[in-house]
Design a protein around this ligand. Sequence first.
Ligand SMILES: [Zn+2]
Length: 180
Amino acid sequence: MTEYCSKCGEKLKEDAVFCANCGEKVPNKNKTLLNKYVIIIIIIILIVLAVFLSTTFLLNQTQVVKVDNVQFELPADYVKEPSRTEISYDENVKSSAMGWSNDKYYIEIGVTKTPGAGFNSEEVAASLGGTPTKMFGYTGYYLEYENEGCAFIFGLKDEVCMIYVSDYDAFEDVKVIGRV
Ligand SMILES: [Zn+2]
């Protein structure tokens, strides 16, 4: 391919480094080609990075849910079940339970408020036959149900929290934020 000087327009000899007419430096073809590849590679890396970051962000989206005075974090794909149970055993003991489900699992969180009722999570869990376990950073009791699912019960000051999951793996979806 015949090339011409970018300054004076003189026809250039093949592999000429300088223009024979005006002395203008002839741009290095290999170098500009390399620069082009570097730019293309950088653009590809940026696109891959953008796609990766956006999918990671979408997959990691969470929702903060509140049951009574305790906050939890669940993945965004969990949809709240319409039913919400609130039971008052007496003026001192009040239970709230809410459920969420996605395509895979069902999670139910119950919080029992027992201000001054004189019982604690140990007593509650012991009465249900739980195994002492540490989960979510709390020491509590683990229960397995014969028909389906399992639960973890732990105390949070004057509140007893029960996290029931339809499958043990769903425990990974729950994060306990703590009392509001
Ligand atoms: Zn020239």
